[in-house]
Design a protein around this ligand. Structure first.
Ligand SMILES: [Fe+2]
Ligand SMILES: [Fe+2]
Length: 397
């Protein structure tokens, strides 16, 4: 049962007319407001919650038609039903009233039963519309709440996925890197080079995460080869060169864009522009762009990083080696992009400098540290002539 009083606004420039209509509506028991002109009507309708407007068509200044038009144009008032009150023979006015947006009309002099019947009907329509609007707002709020929950769940899932990729990459890197920041640096180099080459932000971000998986296949290389401080013999070298294919096997058939890109990078990061790389001897555009980009990012970081068998090379020597590889080892355009953002590359190098492992990693590593497994660089100095051959990506001859 309806308990809230509905609010009816009577608009007429003649006071006695307003009073007459108010008296006629008295039996309905609703709240009645009055406005003596169009402007006052617009103000009341806009500021008070009005459920029905009885609007005199003929008024000075703003007439009823103009008031109806403005009420229907304003989203805040367009749902209020309007009954236009016109002269008995005013057929033209009735048409005009409907065109202005009136929902109904009454002729003067008004017949009380007709007035009450029309008012009741329109109040029912208004109540129904109010209910539907409330329901729609509730639905919209519910949809917004569920959407926010879903977005949060997706965000957490993506974060968990990226975290897992990062940890997987760390696991692969853990055995043969001194402090575990090689992947962080080289992946940032790769993403920055990609952006410099015009790769869109989303794809560059994919390369940022996927490139960290480039050496995941080293998990399948025996420790005595992976961690060998000296040069690998030909048999060992054959086993070492399997790591791109092992990595591809680990990452194959994934639904994840990042893992698929990682698979491509794992397979092709040792391919060379001139076709002399491995495992498939691809050349030029046969090597996917992400593989060509990762190759230079990986090598630059390997050159400038401490290795079990040598100290880091100087930045200038490392840059010189990259330059020398332009068009042979590396895609010339990737080299150009690399040097196009040389300052950014050096800033990344500075930002992600090797730091001592801390927390759990330090605890886990402590018992494993011994000089036989990880000889210091000073006891295993390599000669200048060895350097050029031992430069790239881990203990590769
Ligand atoms: Fe590698
Ligand atoms: Fe690497």
């Amino acid at each position: 049962m309806e308990t809230t009083k509905r609010r009816i606004l009577i608009v007429d420039d003649q006071g006695p007319n307003r009073e007459l209509i108010q008296d006629m509506l008295a039996t309905l028991g609703q709240e009645i407001l009055q406005a003596k002109n169009g402007r006052e009507a617009l103000s009341i309708a806009g500021n008070d919650k009005v459920d029905l407007i009885l609007l005199d068509a003929v008024m000075p200044e703003l007439d009823g038609f103009e008031v109806a038009k403005r009420l229907k144009q304003d989203p805040a008032t367009q749902m209020i039903p309007i009954v236009m009150i016109t002269a008995l023979d005013g057929m033209d006015d009735r048409i005009k009233a409907l065109e202005a947006g009136s929902d109904d009309f009454l002729s003067k002099p008004m017949h009380i039963p007709e007035l009450l019947a029309r008012v009741k009907n329109l109040l029912k329509v208004k109540a129904y519309n109010d209910h539907m609007q409330g329901y729609r707002q509730e639905l919209e709020a519910e949809v917004a709440r569920r959407t926010a929950e879903l977005s949060e769940a997706v965000r957490k899932l993506q974060a968990a996925s990226l975290d897992t990729i990062n940890r997987l990459a760390t696991a692969a890197e853990y055995k043969d890197e001194e402090t575990g920041t090689h992947n962080t640096r080289m992946s940032h180099y790769a993403a920055s080079i990609a952006k410099e080459m015009g790769v869109d932000g989303r794809s560059a971000e994919r390369i940022l995460y996927a490139s960290q998986l480039h050496d995941i296949g080293k998990i399948g290389v025996p420790d005595h080869i992976l961690l060998k401080p000296g040069r690998l013999n030909p048999e060992e070298w054959v086993i070492m060169k399997r790591h791109p294919v092992i990595g591809t096997g680990i990452l194959a058939k994934s639904d994840s864009d990042i893992i698929r890109t990682g698979e491509s990078i794992a397979l092709t990061h040792h391919e060379k522009w001139d076709g002399s790389g491995y495992p498939r001897g691809l050349s030029r555009s046969e090597i996917p762009l992400e593989g060509r980009i990762t190759a230079i990012a990986d090598v630059f970081d390997a050159l400038t990083s401490k290795r079990p068998y040598r100290d880091p090379l100087s930045t200038s020597l490392s840059l010189e080696i990259i330059t020398q590889g332009r068009g042979s080892h590396f895609d010339p355009k990737v080299v150009d992009a690399f040097f196009g953002i040389e300052e950014e590359i050096l800033a990344i190098k500075e930002k992600f400098q090797d730091v001592e492992k801390s927390g759990l990693l330090a605890i886990l590593e402590a018992p494993a540290k011994n000089t036989a497994r990880r000889p210091s660089a000073s006891r295993n100095k390599i000669t200048e002539t060895d350097r050029a051959a031992q430069l790239f990506c881990g203990p590769v001859p």
